[in-house]
Ligand binder design. Sequence first.
Ligand code: GSH
Length: 207
Amino acid sequence: MTELVIHGPPQSSYVRTARMIAVEKGLAYRLAPLDFKGPAHLAMHPWGRVPILSHGETELIETSAIAHYLDAIGAGAPLVPREPVRLAETEKWISIINCYAYGDLVTGYLFQYIFPKTDDKQPDRAAIAAAAPAVERDLRLFERGFRGDWLTGSTLSLADLFLAPILAYIAPLPEAKAVLEECPNLRRFGEAMAARASFTQTVPPRG
Ligand SMILES: N[C@@H](CCC(=O)N[C@@H](CS)C(=O)NCC(=O)O)C(=O)O
């Protein structure tokens, strides 16, 4: 059988999305570390991002493309709904995460805690305060968006698997935690996700 390889560090939320989809679709894969931004990485992804997927002759960059590929080749229920509005909403949430929410919630917020640019390497309080309004706006947007137990309805979709790793990272941080206290859908979603094998098998290493 042709080996499926997901290249990238397990700490990356996008790498985790790809891994979670593979698990949800019953696909065995190997996680391959890479020399981040080194020549081999840049040869595969000119912008130096992860994940990258290799499957025989097929090499794919961009998580959305990888997600759709894994959904198409894997077993089990499709992760893209066929009903037109749910299908469109799945793509809407993926696009929102890629274009706006990842920047607001991960690089703009989470990274101020874990990769602070401060001299003493303590969380960058000014940057966190500046990021907080967008964190609140985005979380409330997701909260209002739920169409059922999952973002786009009563069945899991790719949109949920893009959101879950990001939510898991920021949920314990004080500003996000305070907003989430008023977001029952997101809290229930986080708990439901945490019980899935795709989540427990892809927990990033600490540090
Ligand atoms: N558009 C890319 C974004 C992927 C992305 O930004 N991944 C992060 C890790 S979660 C990354 O590679 N960051 C490295 C960087 O920004 O230089 C995709 O959808 O795959």
